[in-house]
Write a protein that binds this ligand. Structure first.
Ligand code: CU
Length: 120
């Protein structure tokens, strides 16, 4: 029983797996920094939207997509998860169209975004 508790503790303490360092299939990046600060998109102002993003294979890909979106004027907050292939964005709908968000993702190189119907 004590041993089981130790195993559970070890699992809880281990950090989430970072695919980047071992993923040789990624053609978009040099497998660099995979850390992205946690952002609470739902706490940010603006319209919330979920995007499906193809082409992301490691944490550095999601970092690039995050940067491309967050550098776009009118974007208030972004989270991108390469494992689910999804991004959630809070943006100012009076300053920015959804097409502009999709275009911003494309500028990151090799990624394609589309709108997911479920905005929650
Ligand atoms: Cu990558």
């Amino acid at each position: 029983m004590f041993r089981t508790a130790l195993v559970i503790a070890a699992l809880a303490l281990s950090p989430p797996a970072l695919a980047c360092g071992t993923n040789s299939n990624c053609s978009h990046c040099a497998h660099g920094d995979t850390t992205t600060a946690a952002v609470d998109v739902d706490a940010a102002e603006g319209t919330k939207i979920n995007l499906a993003i193809t082409g992301m294979t490691c944490g550095a890909c999601s970092t690039k997509v995050t940067a491309a979106l967050s550098e776009t004027a009118g974007v208030n907050a972004v989270t991108v998860d390469h494992e689910t292939g999804r991004a959630r964005v809070a943006y100012d709908a009076s300053a920015l169209t959804v097409d502009a968000l999709i275009a911003a993702v494309a500028t990151a190189g090799g990624f394609e975004a589309s709108v997911l119907a479920d905005a929650s």
